[in-house]
Design a protein. Structure first.
Length: 166
């Protein structure tokens, strides 16, 4: 819970670095809270139904949507800081969001083959970002800031491994 609250305290901080643990704990607590709020929405009856592609009905809750809006900026900021930890620019997140505009355009233009291709491109970028988020961060300082674990930090399973001091 500490990491979740730390990310919320850094609500719109897009500078610095976030460790894997900070990122994934925030992700985990978001998922748990989202599931709980979804259950509350269903029990309270505060849901609405819209029809997705192919006429599939989807029930969405007002409380869960409100929560998603509240944590959108912290989620974006921790994602940018996580990319900084692996020495990548936070602008890489645009690789997933930019094709979204073209995806909506192709839907309304009736270009279904373009929709499929754009969806596959977005999926590829999303998988690449998932791999980056699972990758160990740069040890020591990088161009985005100090190591989130602190200087000279050794993982417990690497007690005898030499630490690269720069």
């Amino acid at each position: 819970m500490k990491y979740y609250l730390d990310v919320l305290k850094k609500y719109a901080v897009f500078t610095g670095r976030a460790s894997r643990q900070e990122f994934w704990m925030f992700f985990l607590f978001n998922m748990i809270i989202g599931i709980i709020l979804s259950i509350v929405d269903n029990v309270a009856g505060s849901t609405y139904t819209y029809y997705a592609s192919m006429g599939v009905p989807v029930r969405v809750g007002y409380i869960q949507n409100f929560y998603s809006l509240l944590v959108f900026i912290p989620n974006l900021s921790v994602s940018v800081r996580r990319l900084h930890d692996v020495n990548k620019s936070g602008h890489l997140l645009w690789l997933v969001f930019a094709p979204l505009v073209l995806l909506f355009w192709s839907f309304f233009a009736g270009a279904y083959m373009a929709m499929v291709l754009l969806a596959l491109v977005m999926l590829g970028f999303a998988i690449w970002l998932l791999v980056l988020n699972c990758t160990e961060g740069t040890r020591g300082p990088n161009k985005y800031g100090e190591d989130p674990y602190g200087p000279g930090f050794k993982f417990s399973f690497e007690e005898d491994a030499p630490v690269d001091e720069q």
